[in-house]
Write a protein that binds this ligand. Structure first.
Ligand code: ADP
Ligand code: MG
Ligand code: MG
Length: 914
């Protein structure tokens, strides 16, 4: 017979900490703590499989599961010395969800189960504390009503607040036993009205209904959304933990609290958390009353404080990771309710990993695996520029809940945040957030709440997402309906409204009105450098290069640890103001002679750009790609010319002057517009293509106009000579784009080689090394890699185009229907963000293998957007590429992803995860 139910408590447990799959994270933590002798209220865990069985079986549970539950309950009753439903001394239970991976606040928990009209009187008699007993009962009806019976929680809140209002109570704790009794009466009426049935008095029925409700919460929309966001499988299911209640709401010697063994925002080794006296469960995180910092626990009860520090310190040593814990003190006795590895920000992850190596708690390999590559993003994000902040109005200071700087327009609801985020950055402002706000938080650059502390929902979730967040900003009063808020600053009261720009600093808690400037992060902070140094040790000779077109980006890339440039897009320099006229003249030339004249003007400019790149990359390779985009991108738009032509006969002088400004590169004057515009239109129409993506671009341009390739080669190698003569080591690699056949490459390579050898020879630098290779971005080139490698000295996979051409899917058009593809799960991920390892990846593997068969020392890399995406980097490592290349800010992410790939797997076996 399968075992569906596992006991824990009383210094022992059926399961242990290794059984997260079966018991869920919470259940395995409770089992492990029980075994370690930590004071944990006893209980039992219904395993995650039962959740799947429940959903596979029309939401029913087989009788043998129920039977095991009743057997476990009997054991628990013996351990606790109380019985469920006993009218004189009732056992009360909590029913807690808990999946393998923690999903904070996404699923349900029911407390104080086992109370009914009869047992509540037993609890009154037993404790002599009617206020406490009725408080528990009203909480139970409320939670059970909402979670198990699906009653809108607002109905309960309204009834509760009405009573509070009636007796002019400020705090929940101001309510007397009689008030609470009256509230219970109101609550029961609500249950009857909504469900047409009385509140269930049978405690075993309460238990089974609560269990089912916990399972049902696995599919709550917010839980599904969270799983999707965190890439957690729907099939894992949640366990259900049934546990003896302990009470933090028994009076002034009781409390409930949460904490971390280190600061989850910064990673500093300080005891971190909050507690609330005379409170229960979610009161701490709900932001109803503001909790006290955990440092004040010592003054409240020194013994409990010492015990808590010692237990949590040991838990950290035991799990070898920062712990996030929940506890309750019942009349001076401490109970641990939960422990897990705490979620943390990117900076905290790095700091904790580095510190724990120094504390000899973990080794370097473990430390490198502790930081998700994407988390590094938060260390690499800009911070506010101090000077620009001075120009803004400081609105308020709240609690710094999740570090980082965010600038955006205010959105007052999550729905608004989602829509507004399509048109620019958004800061979500809420009184407090609930798990229902998850999509709005996800869409926002920053989050601001009026109430709540560092453990509030907003704070916890924002830290997990790495979104800057300020909470508990009490100076802000929100009118959600009007989508405005008033802020008291000094003696003034300001009103802010939807769409206003604000800048929030999650590191300090400061909130400003207006749009602050941000400055670049410091890649040289000692902790970060130490961590990256550890990671690099595992990466071996797998390189990380950057895509950079100008010297400034190349310098930034070097600072982030780039070992070369994997892609310089020469055409990006063509758009500069001083160049565009020459580029346009070159494109619109009708003869080769005119074209060469224009190219001669561009030569020195290109040479200067390349020299800058070579200098910044002293000693590292620089891949320069010859001209790639269709030429019409550089000339005025055909539609624009057509409109101007139509307008011209009736245009006034102002309109004409605007046209002159528009076409000034083409020698426009007010008096020649009449001939110039139609002439220009004719030439632009000559460049028109039905499908530019598959048209006259890439190497095809160089084949039609060899003089363009020639000029670029000359600029490159003259720059090589220039920089090498300064004593720097230059490693140029010239890359021909968009080839589909070896003949195309042969043609272009001959030009480059002729110019290169001529320039180098003239400079007396015949021994200067260089490579000529190609971008692989057309499936045919990948398929015929063995042939292509005869000519190519390197391959660089241009996976943006290779994805487009392999899938027959244009990146720009895909965005229009990507939502359908995502929702209907046609694609597992956006193929332009995460490499399609199955399809595109198959071509890549094939090309690497066949290319290397022809040319064993073929250098292979990737230069598409995927080069900075962690799972794609791991793929590149495994198929045996020599390097990845990505944007400068993603270089550390790629370095870490490569290190993790090296740690986790061998190169030959391509892991197909995406
Ligand atoms: P979540 O997964 O959302 O954190 P939990 O199952 O941890 O939900 O329950 C939420 C809170 O309820 C806990 O932090 C704790 O304060 C309270 N709680 C849960 N079980 C018990 C219990 N047995 N006794 C007292 N309080 C409990
Ligand atoms: Mg919890
Ligand atoms: Mg391309």
């Amino acid at each position: 017979m399968s075992k569906y139910v596992y006991m824990f408590g009383g210094g022992t447990a059926d399961g242990d900490g290794t059984m997260k799959d079966t018991l869920g994270g919470k259940g395995s933590g409770l089992a492990e703590m029980s075994r370690a002798g930590v004071p944990v209220p006893p209980g039992f865990t219904i395993i995650t499989d039962v959740c799947n069985i429940f959903f596979d079986n029309e939401k029913k549970v087989p009788a043998e599961v129920d039977q095991q539950i009743w057997e476990a309950l009997e054991k628990l009753e013996k351990l606790a010395g109380k019985k469920l439903g006993d009218a004189s001394d009732p056992l009360l239970l909590s029913v807690r969800s808990g999946a393998k991976f923690s999903m904070p606040g996404m699923m349900n928990t029911i407390l104080n189960l086992g109370l009914n009209d009869e047992t509540v009187e037993g609890l009154v008699a037993k404790t002599g504390n009617p206020r406490f007993a009725y408080d528990c009962y009203r909480r139970f009806i409320q939670m059970f009503g909402e979670v198990a019976l699906g009653i809108d929680m607002v109905l309960f809140d309204e009834a509760f607040d009405a009573r509070k209002h009636k007796i002019k109570a400020k705090l929940d704790t101001d309510l007397t036993a009689d008030d609470l009794k009256a509230i219970i009466g109101e609550f029961k009426k609500i249950v009857k009205k909504v469900t047409k049935k009385d509140f269930p008095q049978d405690t075993r029925e309460q238990l089974l209904l609560s269990r089912n409700a916990v399972f049902m919460s696995w599919w709550a929309p917010k839980a599904s959304y969270y799983r999707k966001m965190e890439k957690i499988s729907d099939r894992l299911g949640t366990a259900c933990n049934i546990q003896t209640m302990v009470f933090g709401n028994m009076g002034e010697t009781s409390c409930t609290g949460v904490g971390f063994t280190r600061d989850p925002g910064s990673g500093e080794k300080i005891f971190y958390g909050e507690f609330l006296v005379n409170a229960q469960g979610e009161d701490v995180v709900a932001g109803i009353r503001t909790p006290q910092p955990i440092s004040e626990l010592e003054a409240w009860n020194a013994g409990v404080y010492q015990q808590l520090r010692s237990i949590t310190g040991n838990l950290e040593k035991h799990y070898k990771d920062m712990q996030d814990f929940e506890f309750t003190v019942q009349e001076g006795t401490l109970y641990m309710l939960q422990t897990r590895n705490g979620k943390r920000t990117g900076p905290a992850a790095v700091k904790v990993a580095v510190d724990m190596v120094e504390e000899k708690l973990i080794d370097e390999k473990t430390a490198v695996g502790r930081v998700a590559p994407a988390q590094l993003d938060q260390l690499l994000h800009p911070v506010f520029d101090v000077a620009s902040l001075r120009k803004l109005t400081k609105l308020a200071t709240g609690i710094d809940a999740s570090p980082g700087a965010a600038v955006g327009r205010l959105a007052f609801t999550s729905e608004d945040a989602v829509t507004m985020s399509e048109n620019g950055p958004v800061v979500l402002i809420r009184k407090e957030t609930t798990p229902d706000d998850i999509h709005g938080m996800d869409a926002s650059k920053g989050i601001l709440t009026a109430v709540g502390g560092k453990s509030s929902h907003a704070a916890v979730v924002a830290r997990g997402m790495g979104v800057p967040c300020v909470v508990g900003c009490g100076a802000v009063h929100i009118n959600e309906r009007a989508k405005t808020a008033t802020v008291k600053t000094g003696d003034k009261t300001l009103t802010i409204k939807e769409g206003d720009w604000v800048s929030i600093n999650g590191t300090t808690g400061d909130v400003y009105l207006g749009q602050a400037q941000t400055t670049d992060p410091d890649p040289h902070s000692p902790v970060f450098a130490k961590f990256m140094g550890m990671a690099d040790k595992f990466r071996g000779d797998f390189g990380v290069r950057a895509n950079a077109d100008i010297p400034r980006d190349a310098k930034a890339a070097r600072a982030f640890g780039a070992e070369g440039i994997g892609l310089c897009r020469t055409e990006h320099m063509f758009f500069a103001e001083d160049r565009l006229p020459h580029v346009q003249a070159m494109i619109l030339s009708e003869t080769e002679k005119d074209r060469r004249k224009a190219l001669a003007k561009l030569l020195p400019m290109q040479r200067k750009d390349f020299a800058g790149l070579f200098e910044a990359m002293d000693g590292y390779p620089v891949v320069i790609r010859t001209l790639d985009p269709p030429l019409h991108e550089f000339v005025p738009k055909r539609e624009e010319l057509m409109v101007d032509l139509a307008k011209l006969p009736n245009a006034d002088i102002k309109a004409k002057k605007e046209m002159v400004a528009r076409y000034k590169n083409f020698g426009a004057e007010v008096k020649n517009l009449k001939t110039l515009i139609p002439d220009l239109l004719k030439r632009v129409e000559g460049l028109h293509e039905f499908n530019p993506m598959l048209g006259h671009r890439g190497c095809r341009l160089g084949i039609t106009y060899p003089e363009i390739t020639e000029m670029q080669a000359r600029a490159i190698f003259e720059a090589v000579v220039q920089v090498a003569k300064k004593g720097k080591k230059v490693i140029p690699e010239v890359m021909i784009p968009l080839i589909g056949s070896v003949q195309e490459l042969e043609h272009q390579k001959a030009i480059v080689k002729r110019v290169a050898d001529e320039v180098l020879e003239k400079a007396g630098m015949k021994s200067q090394k260089y490579l000529i290779g190609t971008m692989i971005e057309i499936p045919r080139a990948a398929l015929l890699a063995a042939q292509v490698a005869r000519e190519a000295e390197f391959f660089s996979f241009g996976t943006n185009d290779l994805t487009q051409t392999t899938m027959g899917l244009s990146r720009d058009d895909y965005t229009k229907f990507s939502k359908d593809y995502e929702e209907k799960k046609i694609f597992k991920a956006d193929p332009f963000g995460v490499l399609d390892q199955e399809g595109v990846g198959m071509l890549i593997e094939w090309a690497v293998k066949n290319g290397r068969q022809t040319r064993p020392d073929l250098e292979v890399g990737i230069c598409g957007e995927h080069g900075g995406e962690p799972s794609s980097v791991m793929f590149c490592y495994r198929v045996g590429m020599d390097y990845v290349s990505c944007s400068p800010y993603r270089v550390p992410i790629a370095r870490l992803a490569a290190a993790q790939a090296a740690i986790s797997g061998d190169k030959s076996e391509a892991m197909r995860t995406a």
